[in-house]
Design a protein around this ligand. Structure first.
Ligand code: ADP
Ligand code: ASP
Ligand code: MG
Length: 428
């Protein structure tokens, strides 16, 4: 007997029939003697519908009320799932985040989980029930409902798995695992049987929305084995087979893995670029530009400062598109006058495409193959950023899909693709 957490996304909970299928699957695990906690998302489209209603009332809804509203989606799907389980003869009980409670900080719409009390969950499990806990939500110190950001049910599930000491957290979704890139954009994408924790962290942070980044961080911090698998298979398929399907995120030593040089291509359209032209180049200039941006609670991603010419330089950086209007305001009203920049330029039509792989540690030539591939497609690179296991470029967003497909092919990730020749370094 083991303690397991299942998470089901919006599509997986998308209709009464799908909820009944989830119940069948969970009933199968329960009948095999496992203790199961299930974390559902809202039914597909529901969170968007609720947030859309809020926007109709007010273009910038009060964030406390927005969370109060958005949290109802998961409350409804959780209760429906508990009913579906009971209809199949499985004792079950659902809880909202605040009933557990799942405690969070006070950052409405993007709260972070700070602690989870496992008393009620453990109590119900020991009485033989399946426990259903709403994803995406919690409660802050003042007793107000908070939500964890889009895709936050992944994080709820992994955090609950950590809190109760589960053996594995199974993330059931509408694809059958983690692919070399989004299979909706590149149909030739291949499913990975395993992906290292570090690569998954990069993929998630660079835009692959199959897992919310914070869920991967939790998995790493508490060493929770996480598996991504399909909820759309036959719910009564043999348990053994299901347990070994999908993609496992491993913490194995990198060397032991059948490491491909590049594991995946991630991309994000949520980018916007801001440029200050002709900034006097002197010590402290980056700080005078980015200090006020950070003070406005805006995250800066890729940064580029040009060589200075005649004592002035151009300074560009990217931010999340949601933060773009505020970042532009800060630059125009505060920064540009203070640093004496000639002009502020803005480009909302950019995206970021990244090549990810732990093989980059031991192979050179990845970046050059990436740049060559983009140049052969006539795609102009506006900014570049690298870390140990990824190279990202900022390009015009109209070329995003072309770039992703070309890179996927060039790095031998297409099904039946040829593995590219890249140079080995002397180290390792
Ligand atoms: P859920 O509602 O189950 O949480 P999401 O829509 O949040 O599902 O995430 C699953 C989706 O993530 C897939 O349908 C797929 O389009 C997308 N996706 C993006 N990148 C990848 C990837 N590398 N591998 C698999 N799916 C990906
Ligand atoms: N329902 C929330 C969303 O749509 C949380 C989730 O699905 O993970 O973002
Ligand atoms: Mg999701």
């Amino acid at each position: 007997m083991s303690l397991i957490v299942h998470k089901y996304g919006g599509t997986s909970m998308g209709s009464v029939e799908r909820i009944q299928n989830v119940a069948k699957r969970v009933a199968k695990w329960h009948a095999a003697g496992h203790q199961v906690v299930v974390v559902p998302s809202a039914m597909s489209g529901e969170t968007n519908r609720l947030l859309g209603l809020a926007k109709e009332i007010s273009p910038q809804p009060n964030e406390r009320e927005q969370d109060m509203l958005a949290a109802t989606g998961e409350q409804a799907s959780s209760a429906l799932l508990a009913m579906a389980l009971m209809a199949q003869g499985v004792p079950a009980r659902s809880y909202t985040g605040w009933q557990v409670p799942v405690k969070t900080d006070a950052a409405y719409t993007k709260a972070r989980i700070t602690s989870i009390d496992d008393t009620r969950i453990k109590g119900d499990l020991s009485e033989g029930r399946v426990v259903v806990v709403t994803g995406f939500q919690g409660i802050n110190d003042e007793g107000h409902i908070t939500t964890l950001g889009r895709g936050g049910s992944d994080t709820s599930a992994v955090a609950i798995a950590a809190a109760i000491g589960a053996e594995e957290c199974l993330i059931y979704t509408d694809v059958d695992g983690v692919y070399t890139t989004d299979p909706r954009v590149v149909p030739q994408a291949r499913r990975l049987n395993v992906i290292s924790f570090e690569e998954m962290l990069e993929m998630a942070s660079l835009g692959s929305k199959v897992l919310q980044i914070r869920s991967v961080e939790f998995a790493g911090k508490y060493r929770i084995p996480v598996r991504v698998l399909s909820s759309l298979t036959d719910p009564l398929m043999p348990l053994e087979e299901e347990m070994n399907s999908g993609t496992l995120i491993t913490f194995e030593d990198d060397q032991k893995m059948e490491a491909a040089v590049v594991s995946g291509i991630a991309f994000s359209r949520d980018e916007a670029k801001l440029t200050l032209l002709a900034v006097p180049d002197k010590p402290g200039v980056a700080y005078s530009i980015l200090g006020p941006v950070a003070a406005a609670n805006i995250n800066v991603d890729v940064i580029l400062q040009n060589q200075s010419v005649h004592g002035t330089t151009d300074f560009s950086f990217t931010v999340n598109r949601n933060d773009f209007p505020r970042a532009l305001e800060v630059l125009k009203n505060q920064v540009a006058p203070a640093v004496g920049a000639r002009e502020v330029q803005a480009d909302e039509k950019v995206c970021k495409v990244s090549v990810v792989g732990i093989g980059m540690r031991s192979h050179v030539g990845i970046a050059s193959l990436m740049f060559r591939t983009l140049s052969e497609e006539g795609i102009n690179i506006q900014m570049i950023s690298t870390s140990e296991i990824k190279t990202s470029v900022v390009i015009s967003d109209k070329y995003m899909e072309l770039a992703v497909r070309a890179l996927h092919k060039a790095f031998g990730l297409d099904q039946d693709g040829d593995i590219p020749v890249v140079d080995e370094t002397d180290e390792n």
